[in-house]
Design a protein around this ligand. Structure first.
Ligand SMILES: *Cc1c(COP(=O)(O)O)cnc(C)c1O
Length: 478
């Protein structure tokens, strides 16, 4: 697990209890009374003030992770191409306050839509510290990005080159761009697959020659400033082997272009995808090792190619915000189910919580694994095989597929699922017309609402058939 600086240093074990450790954020502790605190604030108080489900963000932990990336990459790349830039991948979770906090810790912000771009700008992140991605950027998104003077637009297709160049011409500026390359490397956790051709929607293929063609077309448009090549090879990656193959392939293209045209692209972006602990037993390399590993990969590849090293950038999302949040749920129905299964438990407790696939789609979508714990009190010693499910009309509405939970777990308890900060709230939906949960940040025992809870009024405000005040509905405020 990534050591995260001083996030837990201010904890007082007598007052705050014992840190739970990974996969919980550094400020999560259990007190003598058996109840859990986040950064010194009791989850029972969080639930009574903000309701459940609620995403609880440990602000100091988030900041420490951002700072750890910044410092590790500064140190590892100091002697190589002049340093490294760390972009926080906003799609993992973005709000005005979170964009501001990671920027204060020295990160830039990557966006992939008009909404993310607007949020980063509203946070006060300067345009030059923002990147724009996307395989299908609209004219309006390109125009906004150019008008905001973003530090880079990552080109994802051949037609986009002229669209961005034309927008730059309209604004009378030179737009900095990168070319997103599909290098034929896919990484997932422990394995990576190296292929030639790619059957997916992102980027320009290296093997098919499209990436080289894109570079030529960009160089032919004086309204564009070609910063370099970009690749993003996957997610939840726990070693540098996949990055090594991708970096080499991109650096080879960079050297070829320099030999052919005399233009040496000054930058290289290796994307995001750094893994985190979801269960606590994963072997997650410290961010320092990752930084040194990537620096080593770039140093060796450039030496082999006799090319001066580029300035490197990277785009962690999950690794910054994922471990910093937990989801706090209220427990409702608890059922014992005879599974009739040949493998696995004969009896399983189905623990229903007051959210589900609307606030965490990753289990259903990717088979992602999570754990959970009773947090409002110490449970009894006996545990039993359990499954945490939501309240939605879908049997695949599972939050945690397999976890041992106290056998005395009952309605009214609070349950928490750690490491839900990335792709949780940001992928949340209104399935079953359920309002989406808030994000509440805690620091030093004080809570701040980062995103407020959605209400039924918010949902009905979009419903053209609803005229406020015309019909009394029990429980619906006016
Ligand atoms: C998703 C994505 C990221 C962030 O990925 P994480 O797994 O959250 O680190 C970075 N760059 C690009 C281009 C992405 O699509």
């Amino acid at each position: 697990m990534t050591p995260v600086g001083d996030a837990s240093a201010g904890l007082d074990p007598l007052r705050d209890g014992v840190p739970l450790g990974p996969p919980w954020s550094a400020g999560v502790t259990r007190g003598d009374d058996g109840a859990v605190r986040v950064a010194g604030l009791d989850v029972r108080e969080i639930a009574s003030r903000f309701g459940t489900p609620t995403f609880v963000l440990d602000e100091a932990d988030l900041r420490a992770r951002a700072r750890a990336f910044r410092e590790a990459f500064d140190a590892a790349f100091a002697g190589l191409g002049g340093g490294a830039d760390v972009y926080y991948a906003g799609k993992a979770f973005l709000s005005v306050l979170v964009a501001r906090w990671v920027h204060e810790e020295g990160l830039r912000v990557d966006t992939a839509s008009g909404g993310e771009l607007a949020t980063a700008l509203l946070a006060g992140v300067p345009g030059e510290a923002i990147g724009l991605h996307g395989n299908n950027k609209s004219d309006a998104e390109i125009d906004r990005a150019v008008a905001a003077g973003v530090g880079r637009i990552v080109l994802d297709s051949l037609p986009e080159i002229d669209r961005v160049a034309d927008a730059a011409a309209r604004h009378g500026v030179r737009a900095p761009v990168m070319v997103r390359v599909t290098p034929g490397v896919h990484a997932h956790t422990h394995e990576f697959i190296s292929t030639a051709h790619e059957d997916q929607k992102f980027g320009l293929s290296l093997a098919g020659g499209q990436a080289a063609e894109a570079v030529e077309r960009v160089l032919a448009r004086p309204e564009l400033e070609l910063l370099g090549l970009h690749s993003h090879i996957g997610s939840q990656i726990l070693d540098v082997a996949g990055f090594e193959v991708a970096a080499r392939r991109l650096l080879e293209l960079r050297a070829d272009v320099a030999a052919r045209t005399g233009y040496l692209m000054p930058e290289l972006d290796l994307g995001g995808g750094y893994g985190i602990a979801y269960l606590g037993d994963e072997d997650v390399p410290p961010v320092r090792d990752l930084a040194e590993g990537l620096a080593d990969v770039v140093r060796r590849a450039c030496a082999d190619l006799s090319s001066p090293p580029p300035r490197v950038s990277l785009e962690p999302g999950r690794a910054i915000v994922g471990p910093a949040m937990l989801t706090l749920y209220g427990v409702g129905t608890v059922k014992e189910v005879q599974t009739g299964a040949e493998h696995g438990p004969a009896v399983r407790a189905y623990v229903s919580v007051d959210g589900g696939m609307s606030d965490n789609i990753r289990t259903a979508l990717y088979g992602a694994e999570y754990t959970a714990a009773l947090v409002s009190r110490a449970g009894g010693a006996a545990t039993r095989p359990s499954r945490v499910v939501g309240k939605h009309c879908e049997s695949g509405d599972i939050v945690v597929r397999d976890v041992d939970l106290p056998a005395d777990l009952r309605a009214g308890d609070l349950l928490a699922v750690p490491a839900t900060g990335a792709y949780g709230r940001s992928m949340a939906s209104n399935y079953n017309l359920v309002p989406r949960p808030p994000v509440v940040a805690v620091r030093g025992g004080e809570a701040v609402v980062v995103v407020r809870r959605e209400t039924e009024q918010d949902l009905l405000a979009l419903d053209a058939g609803y005229a406020p005040g015309t019909r009394a509905v029990p429980g619906l405020g006016s």
